[in-house]
Design a protein around this ligand. Structure first.
Ligand SMILES: [Zn+2]
Ligand SMILES: [Zn+2]
Length: 598
């Protein structure tokens, strides 16, 4: 690295101890993430000065298979709730779920003065809020690269970036202590589809020497420059031309540029199009309204017309490129789709890459598609069927070179990605001590153009959302679900008479997901027997319901573990004798009446 390179990024204070912790002082600007660090998802970056908080993005994270029954993961908004007296405004960089998906949950808990969003994101947010009662009328102010938001302490400006969805913006935030650039999601593509990136503007921001750059780390581990979206478009067009029969293309609904390229290629080749999958239909609908998808009504097929259209005049576009079990493509491969039944000669194109973790389910779907006699084309090093929406290493370097920040904070990525991005920044010439790899909740202080690590932090926890319940699932519920999934459930039904302190019948054990009852009669009998014995022992003296329940658990759990090496959830159900229950009930009523009289 040439020496003058270092100077362009500002001098490292070499004698400074490595990231000493500092107390927050009155006029500091605070920078922290409530989501987006150490994960790909739920992006939420906050900038706080005095009584104002500028929030950039408000996303969700889609949970993996280990979070059973959880629909979304959102950040813990507690800090913002506590700061409810401060004025807050939300700036959205683009319309992907990991940047807008949390908005309904945030709005229910936190007062937000205004939401600023670029055009495409605005349409998606409005559609989302329309499904949430009471939030339909939330005011969203449209922004573009020329917009400027001015508050008492912040001035926020924008520049166009290239990403897989139209109207993606990078953000320049001017605070009383210095300037910050947050890239949003971006890539560089010299022959882009859609709006070009504002190279001149980015270079100009670099001339102004911003203090901190926060940049997208998703593809930190990917070498070189990513391939252009135009190349992918050409490849798809080529396949459409060569294919003489029916075509089915699966891709990400979130990749709006790709969806529009596929639709346009199909129409160019004389095919009519039909879209399957809710998220895909949604995106096509909004894309057409926004003018980014330029396909006429006449080019679309209805499901009824599909049956009567020759195969070489049809192109089906659908969701399910990640093997999602409920998506259109999975149902097509299972033979359970309402309108599409595969036949030999069909060609299925995956214009996608399996996201790590989804490979097994994608392979399962591909296998089934092959079984039906169809031709399946997937992305490989031999073709250009897919490209990413995020910057690879060389593009990350270009961003660092254009913006030329004094300090750097990798964002939007798992810890490994953040560390790889850190390495890239060091290679480009940012001094090591000026790079901050943070976790959600860590606080950076911007003080008179200097970035410091704070000695305190916020809660950066995950909140699990089940359906639309925003209170968040407790980890205890999830723990139970995991035990149920791994070990099953055993219920023990016991009938007693609490008055005479007697067991009325032998305990009965019922189980689900534990052992195959038919093959385990002996085990269940034995379990019932030992529970019976220990209850009899326990009931020799006066006892309580909860003591009895504990007795059942402490007898059964070790026994079942010894026999099966499993720890099912044990639920004791105690039924009291009817006569005794009636007497207890009677006594309660009498007591109540007496209390009233008194
Ligand atoms: Zn994105
Ligand atoms: Zn993102």
């Amino acid at each position: 690295m040439p020496k003058q390179m270092n100077t362009s990024f500002g001098h490292a204070q070499s004698k400074k101890t490595y990231h000493t912790k500092n107390h927050v002082e009155k006029n500091d600007t605070l920078i922290y993430a409530l989501g987006g660090l150490g994960e790909v998802g739920k992006n939420m970056y906050c900038f706080e000065h005095e009584n104002e908080i500028c929030i950039v993005d408000c996303g969700v994270l889609f949970p993996g298979d280990d979070l059973l029954g959880v629909d979304y993961v959102i950040p813990d908004y507690h800090h913002l709730i506590r700061m409810n007296k401060k004025r807050k405004f939300l700036v959205i960089t683009h319309g992907h779920e990991d940047h807008i998906g949390g908005i309904p949950f945030l709005l229910r808990q936190v007062n937000i003065d205004a939401i600023y969003a670029p055009r495409f994101a605005k349409a998606l947010i409005q559609k989302k809020l329309a499904e949430h009662k009471g939030l339909e009328r939330t005011k969203i102010i449209e922004i573009n690269d020329e917009s400027s938001i001015k508050t008492k302490y912040f001035t926020v400006g924008f520049f166009n970036t290239i990403h897989s969805i139209p109207d993606s913006l990078g953000v320049l935030i001017t605070t009383p202590n210095g300037t910050i650039v947050e890239t949003g999601d971006f890539k560089f593509d010299l022959t882009p589809v859609g709006t070009n990136a504002d190279y001149q503007k980015m270079a100009y921001i670099g001339v102004l020497k911003p203090d901190l750059l926060m940049s997208d780390s998703t593809n930190s581990g990917v070498e070189d420059f990513s391939i252009s979206e135009k190349k992918v478009a050409n490849e798809i067009l080529e396949i459409m031309r060569k294919t003489s029969q029916r075509l089915i293309v699966a891709t990400f609904a979130s990749n709006v540029h790709r969806v529009s390229q596929i639709l346009e290629a199909a129409v160019k080749c004389g095919r009519k199009v039909i879209v399957f999958g809710r998220s895909m239909e949604n995106v096509v609908d909004i894309g057409r309204k926004m003018g980014t998808i330029k396909i006429k009504n006449a080019d679309f097929l209805s499901p009824e017309e599909l049956a009567h259209t020759p195969d070489d005049k049809v192109c089906i576009i659908c969701t399910g490129s990640q093997g999602e079990p409920l998506a259109a493509l999975s149902r097509i491969s299972n033979g359970t789709h309402r309108y599409i039944h595969l036949k030999p000669g069909d060609t299925i194109v995956f214009s996608s890459n399996p996201i790590p973790g989804n490979a097994a389910s994608v392979n399962k779907v591909i296998d089934k598609l092959f079984r039906s006699g169809a031709t399946v084309l997937t992305k490989s090093i031999l073709n250009n069927l897919h490209t990413t929406g995020h910057a690879s290493k060389e593009e990350q370097k270009l961003m660092l070179q254009l913006i030329c920040p004094r300090y750097f904070m990798p964002v939007h990525g798992e810890y490994k990605m953040l560390m790889q991005h850190r390495q890239t920044a060091i290679e480009v010439g940012v001094p090591k001590e000026n790079i901050f790899v943070c976790a959600n909740g860590d606080i950076l202080i911007l003080r008179n153009h200097e970035v410091l690590q704070s000695d305190w932090r916020f809660q950066g926890d995950d909140i699990y959302v089940d359906g639309n319940d925003i209170s968040g699932l407790s980890t205890a519920v999830l723990k139970d679900r995991r035990i149920l999934a791994d070990n099953g459930l055993v219920a023990v039904v016991i009938a007693i008479d609490s008055k005479s302190n007697k067991i009325l019948s032998r305990p009965v054990i019922v189980s689900r997901g534990f052992v195959f009852i038919k093959d385990s009669q002996g085990l269940i009998r034995e379990a019932e027997f030992i529970v019976h014995q220990s209850l009899q022992e326990k009931m020799k003296e006066k006892t309580t319901f909860s003591e009895l329940k504990n007795c059942v658990r402490s007898t059964l759990e070790p026994f079942l573990y010894k026999k099966t090496h499993r720890n099912p959830i044990v639920i004791p159900v105690i039924i009291n004798s009817r006569q005794t229950m009636e007497e207890i009930q009677q006594k309660r009523i009498q007591k109540k009446a007496q209390r009233k009289e008194a």
